[in-house]
Design a protein around this ligand. Structure first.
Ligand SMILES: Nc1ncnc2c1ncn2[C@@H]1O[C@H](COP(=O)(O)OP(=O)(O)OP(=O)(O)O)[C@@H](O)[C@H]1O
Ligand SMILES: [Mg+2]
Length: 332
């Protein structure tokens, strides 16, 4: 079947951060090379591909250009529903698209909401408090060390090497800093000190695990490791990725189970990456799910994982696309 496929996305180069914006303001957006890499894969299957972008001009472009389906990787512009904006528009216009629907995209962007949903299905996740004002920290009933991050951000925006805090004074300073810099609520969570994994999941009725990848920060013990902005920006020097990881089969199985249960609880579609950290009791704790995992052919965690599992970039993108086609009943 030959289709007209639109791609929706937000590019780093379309924004000009002003001086008072945080240094990671653009972190979630994509590079043009990523869009071209996806386009090439879809064209190699014989589809016609139209780059639609993701600014407000998209509304007119969608009315003028007819497409059969959209390959959506747009992170959106503002607010906690930003990842849901384009999928909502596509649903309004009755245009099929890849990936999760607006409800899942909003729920998963707000880490506190996602944690409430998975905890309701008995998926282990660190105890937490959502903090909108500094006074919300009064009477905090959580055990140190704690981890302080933004509630609605990805790509380690706001996560730094000093995000782990050991006492109330530092917790208050760190939280105040994030609230003032990002003007957005903070999630204070109990720190899980064991090894970290990210799990790639693909599919719908019977989702399968593409791979489990351990993220080891070079030269740090797991207790001192944080996959922070500083580390992600220098990943080539500072991170060792192990996929599959050298862990015992029982632990691997429980990590996969926790990830798939979270994926199902949040009703993710087609693809997602679930971040997990293992506690001292060997329990894998759900940290968050990324229903729009980065697809950079160079540094996307899901892409690195796929490559280690013997999948080239083209197979990964095609498989995600085919999951959507199957979901719409266009493919067996
Ligand atoms: N409760 C926690 N305990 C220990 N480490 C944590 C905890 N929460 C977050 N981290 C560390 O901070 C990193 C970033 O956190 P998280 O994955 O929640 O944020 P993110 O910015 O949305 O990530 P992504 O880049 O995957 O979108 C994690 O990969 C992990 O190393
Ligand atoms: Mg993460």
């Amino acid at each position: 079947m030959k289709l007209r496929v639109g791609i929706t996305y937000n590019l780093k180069k379309d924004f000009y951060p002003s001086e008072n914006q945080p240094i990671d303001f653009l972190e979630e957006f994509d590079a043009e090379e990523t869009i071209d890499a996806i386009r090439e894969v879809l064209e190699s299957e014989g589809h016609e591909v139209i780059k639609l972008g993701g600014d407000t001009g998209l509304i007119d472009r969608l009315k003028q250009t007819s497409v059969d389906i959209v390959f959506n990787i747009a992170e959106g512009l503002v607010g906690r529903n930003r990842e849901a904006h384009i999928p909502s528009l596509l649903e309004f216009l009755n245009i099929p698209y890849t990936g999760s629907d607006p409800l899942t995209l909003s729920l998963t962007l707000d880490k506190a909401m996602a944690k409430r949903i998975v905890a309701g299905q008995n998926v282990p996740t660190p105890r937490f408090k959502k903090v909108g004002r500094i006074e919300d920290l009064n009477g905090l009933d959580l055990c140190y060390p704690l981890f302080v991050k933004l509630c609605y951000e990805g790509s380690s925006k706001g996560v730094r090497l000093d995000s782990k805090v050991l006492d109330f004074q530092t917790l208050k300073e760190k939280t105040r800093g994030l609230l003032e810099t990002y003007r957005s609520p903070v999630l204070v969570e109990e720190f899980v000190s064991g090894p970290e994994f990210t799990v790639g999941i693909i599919g719908n009725e019977a989702p399968f695990v593409l791979g489990v990848m351990q993220i080891e920060i070079k030269g740090n013990s797991p207790e001192e490791s944080v996959y922070s902005l500083e580390i992600k920006r220098e990943w080539e020097e500072r991170v060792s990725y192990h996929c599959p990881p050298s862990i015992d089969r029982d632990l691997l199985k429980t990590i996969e189970e926790v990830a798939v249960r979270a994926y199902r609880a949040l009703e993710c579609r087609d693809v997602s990456r679930v971040d997990i950290r293992v506690g001292g009791d060997r329990t894998p704790y759900f940290l968050e799910v990324n229903p729009l995992p980065g697809l950079s052919p160079v540094y996307g965690d899901l892409v690195i994982m796929a490559r280690s599992m013997g999948w080239n970039y083209s197979r990964l993108v095609r498989t995600i696309f085919h999951q959507a086609l199957k979901r719409y009943g266009w493919m067996e």
